[in-house]
Design a protein around this ligand. Sequence first.
Ligand code: CAA
Length: 399
Amino acid sequence: MPGIDRLSFYVPKYYLDMKTLASERGIDPGKFYIGIGQEAMSISPPDEDVVTMAANAALQCLEGEDNQTIRSLIFATESGIDQSKAAGIYVHSLLGLPSTCQVFEVKQACCSSTMALYAALDRVARRPEQKVLVIASDIARYGIGTAGEPTQGAGAVAMLVSAKPRLVDIMPQSGSFTEDVMDFWRPNYLDEALVDGKFSIRMYLKALTHAWNDFQNDGGAPFAELSRFCYHQPFTKMAHKAHRALRNLANDDQEFHNSILETGLRYNRRIGNTYTASLYINLCSLLEQEKDDLTHDKVGMFSYGSGCVGTYFHGAVRPGYHKHHFGDIHEAMLDDRIELTYDEYTSFYEHQLPIDGSAYSIDAYETGAFRLAGIQEHQRCYERSAACAAALKKLHGAA
Ligand code: CAA
């Protein structure tokens, strides 16, 4: 069964503790820590964007892979950097992927990563000897002082999709729901998303209900067969709201154990919203943080993209999965981040690239293997760090 062969994520080196934001806004920190379930949010410095985060996530995911087998790179984002050129082409170039690898970008808010995954599954089902790299990368950004501000974040996830996956088989049944609504959107002329917060939560739950029913009609696993659940997480409390709704829908009267959701929420609680990447960071957290053996467990997954589309599907965890994840690396990445003061956070937030295309160089901050160095004649210029040379050598040496 085709599925996810490798899964890695990357977050910027900086974060804002929710206590800092709460104190500045005169809000009880319990509202953020408990009410929305967030401890911190990842903040990208001026020299990181969806491309640098994506390339870093993929670098980890591709270690030890024969790149010649990767015939497609599908990039999902809702904070894209160009109206025409796919951000994935920069990633393709930064990683030195073969010219025979086709690159394209997909969009439907946070759900586009799931559409990218499904496109990848179809491709490897037709050509089992090939692999597809799916990358979801986003910077979640709302206005300063708005209700959305505590639900920001930044990060990227990379998934290698293959016909014989080492982590999770993705089953063919799925259910979808689409409706034209304005719960969250970002017009081309704005850097921040516009959102009707309470309405967006209602739409998320409505989409979950309909997508679940459609999933059941499509022959998807009944609730009682699913032992774990992953959700798109704009904030981790949303996963609890969603799971409560799903249990009601399935008339589940068994006692709820927090552990069913909890290990899957650990990374998101420290990262914040990563839009397209969020559901798959939830899956990553589950596979890497759960102490119980998940082999053959069926995992229900709900993907929600405002606007809106919801999709329900499920996967089954492969035997030996724990030998193929990057749990230690991911935990160290989160532990090693630098905490921002409130003023540093606002200065990162306020940084803007020139919009007249004039030459502009960006100060160097702490980044992973890649950084955005500046702008030249309307073009983004990326750089590889010294650490990157060694990582790329490892990557291509394996081929
Ligand atoms: N201690 C503990 N809990 C507290 C508290 C305290 N001192 N003070 C308040 N709370 C609780 C509230 O009771 C509430 O809990 P419930 O939701 O369980 O009722 C929770 O904290 C949040 O409080 P409010 O509802 O008052 O929060 P708010 O009005 O400031 O807005 C929000 C919350 C709507 C999520 C807002 O942050 C927002 O608009 N975020 C962006 C939109 C979003 O994330 N939408 C989610 C669905 S859309 C989607 O999923 C796509 C996407 O990625 C954007």
